[in-house]
Design a protein around this ligand. Sequence first.
Ligand SMILES: [Zn+2]
Length: 460
Amino acid sequence: MSSSLLIKNGIVVTATDIYEADIFIVDEKVQTIGKDLNVSAAKTIDAKGCYLFPGGIDAHTHMELPFMGTFSSDDFESGTLAGLYGGTTTIIDFAIQTQGDTLTAALNQWHEKAGGKAVGDYAFHVAVTDFNPKTKAEIKTIINEGGVNSFKTFMAYKGALMIDDRQMLELFKELKVHGGMLTTHAENGDLIDGLIADNLAKGNTLPKYHPLSRPEIAEEEASGRVIDLAYQTQSPLYIVHMTCEGALNRVREATKRNQKVYVETCVQYLLLDESLYDQGFEGSKWVMSPPLRKEKDRKALWNGIHQNLVHTVATDHCPFCMDQKKMGEGNFSKIPNGAPGIENRMELMFSEGASPGKISLNKYVELTSTAAAKIFGLFPKKGTIAVGSDADIIVFDPTQDHTISAKTHHMKCDYSAFEGWRVKGKCRTTILRGQVVVDQGKAFVKKGFGQYLARKPLAK
Ligand SMILES: [Zn+2]
């Protein structure tokens, strides 16, 4: 039995086009796109006055992440469901190697967390925290059999996640052989650890010392360094959650030697700034790494989007409830790093970017979906609205205003990083692989509906 769905009268927006059309979906795929389609469908949605965007792809999330002595509070079910409410249909989460253990074990662990639970589609990056001959021997299999073409390193969190430059160079070389790409958390871990120790020694324990211990230069230096290592090995590189002007300038410099570096930023770095830390322990809500920055950095990131230096906008969704944040009362370095965001990204980027005309509708789609699909090898199955692509479509009402609040969001977190924000535009209906999974604030999806997206090696 095949199922069918017709979306009528909407305005289709992709990264390159915008036009009025009907979309006819059979089973999981878009079958036909055209004007006034004369077809009979089991179900019809009238999308008059609405945009039809490709389902959002959040290339940076952490569901049920064991971190700093606790676990992020959304698991794959609640986290991907919150994503669907907000128009994100696919996530790429990080399977993180435990130092001393294997990459395969990490990937298996994350499959166990997600399998049978996720309601949205998902893929994995594999984070390499311990690169040695044994790890090296696993890379080929992880890429060819594990369906993972993107990896990650941390240049901070020494003793837990950080690897050194020599390890990173060897990893770059091995990835190049097999068609894998490195993504990197670029902050100078040693510089940060020194500043944390200095602050604690002076009795500076409040959240406001978190950004002061992770200054722009720490991110700028590490970004420049990893860019140089990628250049030396002639490797592709994707820098995750870039926050500041200094780091972006290192990317700009690299373009002068014809190097291409992919840059991701996150919605909070475009919209929020470090003044939020200056309110006692409340500031812990925004303790994340890298930290929120200054107004000049927000400007630099928006300009970076216009200059095509910034390619994707993700969330680094990694929520912790306030009782978890309290682990760092009396010592800011013990506050679990991370904040909720997956549910708000698509609507905030529309409201703050596309709606006021700061970015075009096409750019909006590119930043929130298409670019991630292309960079990470999910395109054209994901990341666009086209004949033969997965029918991951959001019906977006640009006129519906609402207010973000922890009281109404679906993320398992007792605060919102954007509490009280007025948002113009709402994701009215979310369709994932041809199924209406959320409509008018109600979910129609069962646990385990989400599918693992195995990816192919990237072009070398
Ligand atoms: Zn992260």
